[in-house]
Design a protein around this ligand. Sequence first.
Ligand code: B12
Ligand code: SF4
Length: 477
Amino acid sequence: MKILLVMPSVDNGYWKKLGKKVGPRSEPLSLLYIATYLNQNGHKAEIVDCEAEGISLEDLEENIRKGNYDCVGVAMLTPLYSQAVNICKLVKKINSKIKTIVGGSHPTLRPKGTVDDEESIDVAAIGEAELTFLDLLDAFEGKKELKDVDGIVFRNGKEVIQNKERQKIQDLDLLPIPDRSLIKMSLYRPSVSYYRRLPAYTIITTRGCPYRCTFCATAKTGYRMHSVERVVAEMKMLVDDYGAKEILIRDDTFTLNRQRTADLCNAIIERGLNKKISWDCITRANLVDKELLIKMKQAGCWGMHFGVEGGTQKLIDGIKKDTTLETIEKAFRLCREVGINTRAYMMLGMPGSTREDDLATIEFAKKIDPDWAQFTICTPYPGTQMYDEQVKIGNVSSDWDTFQTWGGFSETDLPWVADGRTSDEVKEMQRYALKSFYFRPRVIVRKMTNIDNLPILRKYVLGAMALAAGGSGRAPE
Ligand code: B12
Ligand code: SF4
């Protein structure tokens, strides 16, 4: 069958303005995994990335009219909800026989509601969808019944039916390496502060996370790994075929399996890949030690990102981060000793937090002294424990487009605020946090001494402009 997979454009708030210049244009790995698998199994899947390619709904309409597709799949993260729905409506307007399938975090965490709410959606895929999509195509071709396709919600006349859950793929290596020739690789680059050298491309080496953080859409989803051999092959392909100088490993908890991390580092060193690329990764503070960090550095790791979230033990216990401030401080200290750059992900406006708690979070970020700190606004995404708890209290919006963690730079109210806080105050707090962290003399001097080429200077200027554009720089009253 002929399939079009679409990544909608992020067309709201911060992303529409400065985010376009400084924000990421990341390869749509989700769609690449699915398309590659379908193509390997005899179908013809194509990808359109509206965001990266700058494709409007009108352009897309022309594309779909010409393409003669049997079905269109649309990626749906929560803040992309309206954009994804608009695309499904467009498809049905062009030809009601074309099947529309949505997948990604939003339908995964809110499967039945997603199809119930919008009649232009025929099917929602729950969770990882390579096998599901292939089965679905069999059903569309009449080879099996929709009710026998695990992991979907589908419309059957007036009824919306949720099928049995699909078992997660245990051996991730069954999935082929995503075929990057399906997208225009030259369009992609990370956010300005996320790379040192371009081209910098993204890979995923594991899926899932066993931890239980209450705000997280991937909490308690198990953990599966691509083999070391397979990861090294993908890295080599990015170097050989696309000239990658940097690789962003975007697993949720890259170092969860210590032995496998060390094995991967050894394999990278043995193949000499560490001389061609540098890479960064995301993990938890309790999952690193000095010996491992030294090995990672030898293998080319230049950056480690940690979810710190809050700056008081009360805050991080409240979201079940299952770590301590001491462990976090130690992880940042060790990285500094070993010479690996660090990034701290901090959240403002958590449940039960006060203005003073947020100020403590900002101070803690300064204390652990990462090279980069990201301050986002705590947002209860559907399907998370936090969402369920806050919905009971009753103050969560269902305007999904506003579910962006960069709400401080948008014109709309936040979809949710903690008891006793206001949208304006939390938004101002985000702008204050960024300025207060970055516009410190020691940070400016450190960044300036790191500038060794013009593109780096350019990206720092863009980043500083993005920061300067928002707010007074004073802590909200
Ligand atoms: C890399 C990444 C990004 C990148 C690229 C995102 C992208 N557009 O591809 C960047 C940095 C741009 C990004 C931005 C944001 N992200 Co992000 N991101 C991730 C991350 C770390 C990995 C995603 C990935 O590539 N996974 C690998 C692929 C293979 O897995 P997958 O994406 O889950 O896809 C599978 C299934 O979901 C499904 N599927 C996915 N899409 C589709 C589409 C169809 C049609 C079908 C049938 C199936 C399907 O099948 C896929 C293959 O099995 C995830 C965390 C995670 N572990 O998934 C967060 C995550 C997806 N991001 C999240 C969020 C909140 C955001 C932001 C909204 C943050 C913000 N700024 O406010 C923005 C949204 C902007 C945007 N355009 O997407 C949340 C989503 C929560 C939600 N309810 O939507 C996640 C889950 C993080 C988390 N743990 O909470 N993100
Ligand atoms: S925030 Fe990180 S550690 Fe916590 S559940 Fe999500 S991915 Fe796992």
